[in-house]
Design a protein around this ligand. Structure first.
Ligand SMILES: [Zn+2]
Length: 277
């Protein structure tokens, strides 16, 4: 099981990596800069991060894109800004020896949805002029968020010409908030069949494994600790089984900034997967 978590880098990336290793994790996700804006901090010297990752046996390494730009912006200045910031982010991911840049699809502005999807396609094409791999994460559909619906995402992949350096990252809390139930084992199996049909499971490069606080279809994005929200034990077990058998890395984004706050989630996972390895 490739298990990891979203970690704060407030004490440094080296601290976050060793914290993950101490908790027995094999993958992590971080923000390379504040997700809500402000000056980006200088990166560690080229080459140092790869040593830390190797020593801690951490791979893949996910870097989450900041939220303060809207990759689906149709307004020209905002569109340009998103392209610029996210292109820079691609370079930062490379310098950090990250494997993937995780991108939320963004928000619809005043224009019709097709124009937002078109803007998003252009942004992704543009940032892929830089080396690296982009993962598009399904949204919860809260507010004016786009990319919650698998049909919309399938359409996006089609518009991108199924570029090789684009993949999909599944957030279970967002899927449930939008209306795809993952509560029971059968729901989970059906949902993965749907992902395979619409996007292709070969494109799935990771799972943000989170429970959600509000009912399925509420369109409210509030992550919850595993089995404290709407997820049921057999649904979670099926999710873990699929991730385990297909080697999909799991990132916990349940409440808290580090793994001490998520020790309950890790315990639930360890219990359900006891004897699998
Ligand atoms: Zn997520």
């Amino acid at each position: 099981m490739i298990l990891g978590g979203q970690l704060s880098t407030a004490k440094g990336l080296d601290y976050a990596i060793s914290h993950a290793a101490q908790h027995g994790l094999s993958t992590i996700q971080v923000f390379s800069r504040s997700p809500v804006g402000g000056q980006s901090k200088p990166l560690p010297k080229t080459g140092t991060v790869t040593g830390w990752l190797e020593e801690a046996h951490i791979r893949p390494f996910f870097v989450h894109a900041p939220y303060f730009v809207n990759p689906a912006a149709t307004e020209p200045l905002a569109h340009q800004r998103a392209r610029q910031v996210l292109s820079e982010e691609m370079i930062r991911v490379k310098r950090l020896h990250g494997d993937y840049l995780v991108l939320h699809p963004g928000h619809q502005q005043e224009k019709p949805i097709e124009e937002s999807l078109n803007a998003l396609t252009q942004t992704i094409r543009d940032i892929l002029k830089k080396p690296g791999f982009v993962l598009i994460e399904n949204a919860s559909g809260q507010g004016r968020e786009i990319g919650a619906n698998l049909d919309e995402l399938a359409n996006l992949f089609l518009c991108l010409g199924r570029l090789r350096r684009v993949g999909f990252l599944l957030d279970t809390a967002h899927a449930m908030a939008f209306g795809y139930s993952l509560q029971k084992a059968d729901d989970v199996s059906r949902f993965f069949e749907l992902v395979d049909q619409k996007i292709g499971l070969s494109r799935l490069k990771g799972i943000h494994l989170n429970d959600t606080m509000y009912p399925v279809g509420s369109r409210r994005d509030r992550h919850a600790h595993l089995l404290t929200g709407v997820l049921q034990t057999d649904g979670l077990e099926r999710l873990l089984r699929i991730a385990y058998e297909s080697n999909f890395p799991i990132i916990l984004e349940t409440p808290g900034k580090d793994m001490d706050a998520r020790s309950g989630d890790v315990q639930v996972i360890r219990q359900l997967t006891d004897g699998w390895v």
